[in-house]
Write a protein that binds this ligand. Structure first.
Ligand code: 13P
Length: 239
């Protein structure tokens, strides 16, 4: 199974999610080779549950607090995500590292909180322009910790220079980085993210050590997401 995970980031609306779901649900029922997860902003999680429950589409969030329910103004706990049926949560995305200073043990603790509530963390790593594989190694070790408690959670390799730029990493770079991550984190399916579109997804999902994709810009409207899903499904069918 190939994971296609939509990261809506800070985009969308009630009406946009309704229209998106009305297009997505009938399409997904015809695509046996892809598992779709739609990660929406917090205010739309309950609507996502209404639209996707029982359809085969999973829904998730883009962040979670490492703390339990309590006096933490503005934060959202893993228990709350569980309560609205979220199955996945993105953790340590580079935009949160950039905007909120998230890193290291904080990312690890968020993932642990999610897992403790039955939610699969999607741990994001990625290097900036000019940085090397050593940054990825450090991020993977920090995110996973030493105790194996996060075994089975998803990883996402998202080079910063490829996010929202249209500069998708080439196949050789993706294959090299994914092989490296698979070597240091063998029990974690690894997704690729960074300017994934209908045009390049077919090649990417068939690269070695790639278990799916994390999609930003092309995931918010069915005009771009439907062709991407079809292309991924077709590529896996012929693999
Ligand atoms: P884009 O697909 O818009 O490049 O975003 C990638 C991303 O950050 C997904 O988490």
């Amino acid at each position: 199974m190939t994971w296609i995970i939509a990261n809506w980031k800070m985009q969308g609306s009630v009406s946009a999610l309704r229209a998106f779901a009305e297009g997505l649900v009938p399409l997904v029922s015809t695509l046996s080779r892809v598992q779709v997860v739609v990660c929406v902003p917090f205010p739309y999680l309950l609507l996502a549950r209404d639209m996707f429950q029982g359809t085969g589409v999973f829904w998730g969030a883009q962040d979670v607090s490492p703390l339990s329910n309590g006096p933490h103004t503005g934060d959202v706990s893993a228990a709350m995500l569980q309560d609205v049926g979220a199955t996945h949560v993105i953790v340590g995305h580079s935009e949160r590292r950039r905007d909120h200073g998230e890193r290291g043990a904080w990312v690890h603790d968020k993932a642990l909180a999610a897992k403790a509530h039955g939610i699969v963390p999607i741990l994001c790593v990625g290097e900036a322009e000019g940085q090397t594989q050593r940054v990825i190694t450090r991020q993977v070790h920090e995110a996973l910790g030493e105790d194996g408690a996060l075994a089975g959670s998803l990883m996402a390799y998202e080079p910063l220079w490829a996010i929202g730029t249209g500069k998708t990493a080439d196949g050789a770079t993706i294959a090299t980085m994914h092989r490296h991550i698979a070597h240091i984190a063998p029990h974690h399916p690894v997704l690729y993210g960074g300017s994934v579109t209908a045009d390049n997804v077919g090649t990417i999902v068939n690269l070695p050590h790639v278990s799916g994709v994390l999609v930003g810009g092309a995931s918010v409207r069915m005009e771009t997401f439907a062709p991407l899903l079809l292309a991924a499904h077709k590529a896996r069918e012929s693999a």
